[in-house]
Structure formats: C-alpha cells, structure tokens
Design a protein around this ligand. Structure first.
Ligand code: N01
Length: 536
C-alpha cells in the first residue's frame, strides 16, 4: 500500500488516550518532545471510556488504582468508593487530561490505520483512517491489552430482532431493561459485574454460561476516610511499598508467607474465611502458594465452591455455578451479589458448555435442542486480548515486515517493550510484561518511565534507534513461558493464552514472575546499556 507523504512531523506518536497514553504524553512533553496522541474514541479514558456496562468498576482498590507520578494530584483527588465505578474513573482520566494541559496534544476521533517504518529517514510514517499521516521518530503503542472486543461469530446473530450490546462497547445513553426479557452470554468479570444489576431491572434474565466463574465479594462501599488519610500521610511510601508487591498492589495486606499445605484444615478454613470477609483479591494471598501449587489451589477453590453452595439455594444451579478449573487461572472476578442473583425468581442459568449455542434466532437462541426467547441480548464475551488491537493494524517494520507475519505464532517481544524488526516502537503493558497481572497503572507508569529513560539515553549517546534483538526475543519468550510453568496459569483456557479466540495461536502472553522481579530486570537491562537491544 502506497501512502502520501506525511503531512506533519512529531518526535513521538502515541496510540491511545487511556491512562497509558495520557501519562506518556505528559512525560514526553516534560522531556521537551513534540508528541501527539491519536485516539479513536471521541473522548479520553480508554477502557473507562468504552466499558460503560451496568456495574462496571475497577477490581483494584481506588487508592491503589490511580497515578502516583504527581504528589499534588494524588493528594487532591478524592475517590468516593473503595472500588471506583466507571463514571468516576472516566472523570479522573478527564481531570488528568485537563490538569496537565494535555488536550491540545490529543487528536480524538482519529483511528490509526497503520504505520510503516521508513528506512531512509529511520522514522515511522503513521496513517489515520481519515487519510492524514504523520512522521514520527518514536511510535508508542498505548492501545491497551483489553481494547478489541471479542464478538464470537454466532450463527444467525444478524437475525436477532432486538438490540445486541457488547459490554466493552456499551451505548452512552442509559439502557433501560425494565419489563424486558434479557439474555447475557458469558460469565467473566464483565458479566459478573453486570448480571446483578440487569437482574434487578429486567423482567426475566437468562444467563448462558460456558465456564463457571470464581468470584470473591468486593464488599464495596464508601471509601474509608480514615484509611484515605493514613495513606495520604505518606502516599509516596505507600506507592513504593506497593511496587514491591507481586501485583503492584496490596501492601496493606501482604500474602501470608506460608504454604496452604503447612496449615491444618481448621487453620486454613479460618484463614480463608478471614480473607473472604476482607474481600477482593485478598483471598488469593491467604497462603503464598495458591497460584503456584495445584494442591494448594484446590483447597481455596473448594472453599469458594463451599461459599457458592451456601449462597445459592437451588442445588442444581449451585452445582452449575461451581467452577471446576483452578482458581485464579482465569482472572478472579470481584463481585457484588453475583451468586445470590441466581436465587431470584426472574433469573435462570443455562449451561452452554455441554450443548453450545446452535444459532441465534429472530426471537432468541437455540441450544441443546431448546429455544430461549428474549428481547435484548448482552454479549459479555471479552476481548481479543493483548494482541488483538495491534494485529488489526497495517503495521510494518523494517523491510516491510508485517506485524501479522512477525506474530503469526505468538507475540514475540523483548521485555514486552520492544519488537525485533520494529525500531523505536514501544509497547506499553502488552504481552511479555507483567501487564494484566499487575495493578495496570503501576505497569503503565513503569513502562512510560522506562521509555523516557531509554530515549534520554539514546539522545545522550548520539544514537537514533533502538530495536530488540531476535536472540533476546527468543530468550524472553522462554523466560515468559518458564514463569508461567511455575504457576497454575497454564491449566485452563484463558485470554492470557489466547485460548478464548478461535484460531489465535496459544502462547502465554503476560509475564507471571511478579512486578518487582520484572521491574528489576528492566532496570538492569537499562543499566547495562540496553543489552538485548540493538542501538544505532
Ligand atoms: O471477558 P472474559 P470479560 N460462546 O474473557 C464467554 C478485565 N475486566 O470482559 O470462559 C460462549 O473474562 C467466556 O467463556 P469461557 C479483567 O482483566 C476487569 O468478562 O471462554 N461463551 C467467558 O465466560 C478480565 O479478566 C473488570 O468458556 C463465550 C466470557 O464470555 C478481562 O477484562 C471488569 C464465547 C468472557 O469472559 C476480561 O473480562 C471487566 C462463545 N463463543 C473486565 N466466547 C474489573 O473488575 C466467550 N465466551 C476491573
């Protein structure tokens, strides 16, 4: 494809105006770089712009899931709830854009179509779908690990007479389900948050479940102001302690440093119970090997199944809602009344694991030879995670290397940050980094700071380009795999593996070694003069 010569030149082109793009722009400007963000949506906020389904909220506590780079920002911003709801997170993203004067560096409603690396100029030519193009020395993909919704190819979907919604592409105007019969397909984090609220509105709700989900209670509520004051008294120290935690959060309640197998049955039960009462991801830190050892994992999995049996009155429904895979292998859901919703007389659960959906009809869907009728359909079917967005672009590196060819067997990269054949392209919170296993704002800040230091290094040494070497990439792929093999994460079909998307190569994508080790690794690479990268 031949493109016209770029009409504008910038130092850095950033793709996406979510939290990663906003901080990258701010950082680039603080370094004196001329940077521009392209954002497909008409507003900033990324994930929190698009995922407006009922009940959408963060599953990391608000005091932790927020920027740390500016002391005045973190002191002045006040969260209303323990887990902030989507509208508040979107306000926060907009506040950051205004506070740091970022809006004039963001082109909204401008979807990137592709980017080609131009050998003679050693620069990227970036094209927007509008036909505009830019020349940029650096290209930063801040497009998010969960930004391409997964729309399964259900036969007959177009025949359905009522509205079809995807949780990750929810309308801006309120959707009123009252007096309507609603169906939800999918039972991951999005569905688990949406189902209790939809059930309270709809006359009838049918949930089509392929895999049962583990969910721990959020115990959400107004933010504890005393806790807020305590954290704000030393926010920097709190952030630093969180950065030394495996997931970049949770320093107020570190994992218990013993194996589940070392405790008696009574001790275990009491410890699980205590963490269940605290809520959220706390349960997975009851012992230090729950995500590493299948035997230990089975103990906490059975504890949660016991909770499901205690909550859900109908034994058959409780059984169907009880997951059989390892807990945490798919991201643990954090819920507000999910299991209890199935006690409502207007809610029913349909297993589509034994009998998959045959087709969508004008009035509903058919599965297992049975017809189900409803007025509105909600697809809570997740994302083509980590690679979906980049693989849809016409992205070409040296010698016209297409990203689709480069990644045909899986997303090769080094440190998650660089890709051999794609010089001066940086990927934020993508495959090969701790990304989805981390409080993602911690991951974003770390990547942006690393990229900034790297650019400063290039400039200080009179260098123009940096590019991962193929050897470093191969070793890193093995490193990412080895980290996954030490955990339970390979034991089920999750989006971490790409297993939720038909035809997608199965390669474990996020790095499971924990944020502190990964950050130390990245720092060491930088100290060693970016070993594993080719600098020119
Ligand atoms: O997506 P998912 P999600 N036929 O992939 C089912 C983050 N997030 O949007 O498990 C029938 O988890 C699929 O079934 P199965 C968080 O990181 C965070 O819920 O593949 N069913 C599954 O039940 C999370 O992990 C929050 O067998 C099909 C569901 O759809 C990530 O986003 C909130 C199907 C998809 O679940 C993704 O969550 C929301 C098919 N063809 C999201 N295809 C917070 O709490 C898929 N399914 C912050």
């Amino acid at each position: 494809m031949k493109h016209p010569a770029p009409t504008h030149a910038v130092d850095m082109l950033i793709v996406g105006a979510g939290f990663a793009g906003l901080y990258m722009l701010h950082k680039a400007r603080s370094m004196g770089l001329d940077a521009l963000v392209l954002e497909a949506a008409p507003g900033v906020g990324g994930t929190w712009y698009h995922n407006r389904y009922p009940g959408a909220r963060v599953d990391i506590q608000s005091m932790e899931y927020s920027f740390s780079f500016d002391e005045a920002l973190q002191q002045q911003w006040r969260w209303s709830e323990r887990y902030a709801p989507q509208p508040e997170l979107l306000r926060y993203a907009n506040h950051v854009a205004d506070r740091f004067g970022l809006r004039d560096g963001i082109r909204l409603s401008t979807r990137m179509a592709g980017a080609h690396f131009d050998e003679p100029s050693q620069r990227w030519t970036v094209q927007a779908e509008s036909g505009e193009s830019w020349s940029a020395r650096f290209l930063v993909m801040a497009s998010g690990p969960l930004s391409s919704p997964n729309l399964p190819d259900f036969a007959g979907l177009k025949d359905f007479a009522g509205p079809v919604y995807h949780t990750a592409n929810w309308p801006h105007e309120p959707v009123d389900f009252s007096a309507r019969r609603v169906a939800v397909i999918g039972t991951g984090s999005s569905a688990v948050q949406a189902i209790p609220i939809i059930a309270r509105q709809a006359s009838e709700l049918t949930v089509f479940q392929r895999t049962a989900a583990y969910a721990a209670p959020a115990h959400n509520g107004p933010l504890d102001r005393e806790l807020e004051a305590r954290i704000k008294a030393d926010y920097a120290g709190f952030r630093a302690r969180n950065r030394r935690m495996h997931g970049g959060f949770g320093s107020l309640l570190p994992p218990n440093p013993v194996s589940a197998l070392a405790a008696s049955a009574e001790e275990r039960e009491a410890a699980f119970e205590q963490r269940w009462k605290i809520g959220g991801f706390a349960i997975l830190g009851t012992f230090n090997d729950l995500l590493m050892n299948e035997q230990s994992n089975a103990l906490v999995a059975e504890f949660v199944r016991g909770k499901i049996r205690a909550i859900v009155k109908h034994p058959g429904t409780a059984q169907l809602l009880s997951p059989t895979h390892t807990i945490g292998c798919k991201r643990l859901c954090v819920d507000s009344g999910y299991y209890d919703t199935f006690n409502r007389p207007n809610v029913r659960l349909v297993d589509i694991n034994q009998a998959p959906i045959e087709r969508i009809t004008s009035k509903g869907l058919r599965t297992g030879g049975r017809e189900f009728e409803f007025d509105a359909l909600v697809l809570a079917t997740g994302f083509d995670a980590m690679t979906g967005t980049m693989m849809r672009l016409d992205l070409r590196g040296r010698d016209g290397l297409r990203i689709q060819d480069k990644w045909h067997a899986g997303p090769l990269n080094y440190l998650g940050l660089g890709i051999a054949g794609f010089p001066n392209l940086f990927n934020i919170a993508g495959p090969g980094s701790t990304s989805a296993f981390t409080n993602v704002i911690v991951a974003i800040e770390h990547h942006v700071d690393w990229i900034a230091d790297c650019i400063a290094y290039l400039d200080a040494h009179g260098l123009h380009t940096i590019e991962a070497s193929e050897q470093a990439e191969a070793a890193w792929a093995e490193h990412v795999n080895a980290a996954a093999r030490r955990t339970v994460f390979l034991s089920c079909n999750s989006w971490y593996l790409g297993a939720n998307i038909e035809g997608k190569p199965c390669m474990f994508m996020p790095l499971a070694e924990g944020f502190p080790r990964y950050a130390d690794h990245c720092a060491q690479v930088a100290r060693d003069g970016y070993v594993g990268f080719v600098l020119q």
